[in-house]
Design a protein around this ligand. Structure first.
Ligand SMILES: CC(C)(COP(=O)(O)OP(=O)(O)OC[C@H]1O[C@@H](n2cnc3c(N)ncnc32)[C@H](O)[C@@H]1OP(=O)(O)O)[C@@H](O)C(=O)NCCC(=O)NCCS
Length: 283
């Protein structure tokens, strides 16, 4: 397969098969071959034949978000993901699945369809091209935990989000995550993150930040490991401790007063085992 961009871990694209969950309403508006990657298998959530795959996808959410304390109820998955939005990810035929994964997913013996190893879910907002990220799941950490080591899954989460945003045709992205989330390491690969909230009582996790960025081919390629792309990043003004609630509220106050802030680069670990996130004032 001739790719039009560099990927950090090309094996992911030869070992796995892309899939897309979209209704017939949304399907005509997406790109089934983002950056020339093999066309995605399409799963229509409105058809009975999709039942097992969608159950496995919900199981993927449970395996990844369950330990984070935020697994999605099945009806939320339908109402807020499958029906209004789209889901893109990578999968493997059940017949080629590792025994550990078969066990974790509880794959039915007679099922020989695809089993998802990653997914990215986003929901279109009112303005054309503006989407809200709803879920990013990668089995890579679960596989590492279960010592499935015969395949290097490095970069699976980043690659899935990058291809998904291209597939959905996202132009302006918004998302929400927690200050301590490892996923921040992925989100900053798309460039500096504009902060809309720094402390979010409207969310079930108050220590949530709401962030966004304009989507370009350059930042998508950077996110997937194309080293030829260099994104501009302002220097940090200060570092916010990932547990510093007073600091989050102070930053939220400054945002509500009209200040503009970005997270310019990845969080760093502290010698005391904590996490600090860089903040830059941009206006
Ligand atoms: C977050 C998640 C998607 C990451 O998947 P993944 O396949 O490991 O992702 P990638 O390999 O593309 O990137 C992970 C990045 O996080 C970094 N990372 C992971 N754990 C880390 C840790 N404990 N400390 C520091 N960095 C860490 C990795 O180093 C990597 O960054 P790098 O490429 O700059 O080295 C996966 O762990 C997951 O599904 N988690 C549960 C659900 C969740 O939290 N989703 C995100 C919601 S916003």
């Amino acid at each position: 397969m001739a790719l039009s961009f560099q990927v950090r871990n090309p094996a992911l694209l030869s070992e796995f098969i892309p899939y897309l969950v979209a209704t017939p309403f949304n399907l005509p508006h997406v790109n089934l071959r983002p950056f020339g990657v093999t066309p995605a298998h399409v799963i229509d959530p409105l058809r009975l034949e999709s039942e097992t795959f969608l159950r496995l996808l919900h199981r993927l959410d449970g395996l990844t978000f369950g330990p984070e304390g935020m697994p999605m109820p099945r009806w939320v998955f339908f109402d807020c993901s499958e029906m209004p939005g789209a889901i893109y990810g990578l999968a493997r035929p059940a017949s080629q699945l590792w025994p550990v994964a078969r066990e974790l997913f509880k794959v039915p013996d007679d099922y020989d369809g695809l089993v998802p190893v990653s997914m990215y879910v986003a929901i279109p907002m009112h303005r054309t091209g503006m989407w809200f990220g709803h879920n990013l799941s990668s089995l890579a950490p679960v596989f590492r935990e279960h010592h499935v080591t015969d395949l290097d899954l490095t970069g699976l989460g980043s690659l899935t989000k990058g291809l998904a945003l291209k597939c959905f045709g996202v132009k302006q992205f918004w998302g929400a995550t927690q200050w301590m989330s490892k996923a921040l390491h992925i989100h900053v690969k798309f460039g500096p993150l504009d902060l809309q909230t720094a402390y979010t009582p409207a969310h079930s996790e108050r220590e949530t930040l709401t962030y966004g960025f304009a989507v370009t081919d350059a930042n998508l390629r950077a996110s997937m490991g194309d080293r030829s792309v260099k994104l501009p990043r302002p220097a940090p003004d200060y570092w916010l401790d990932g547990h510093d609630v007073a600091g989050m509220i102070a930053l939220q106050d400054r945002i509500e007063a009209g200040g503009r802030f970005v997270i310019p680069e990845a969080p760093r670990s502290t010698s005391a085992g904590g996490v600090e996130v860089p903040i830059t004032c941009v206006g």
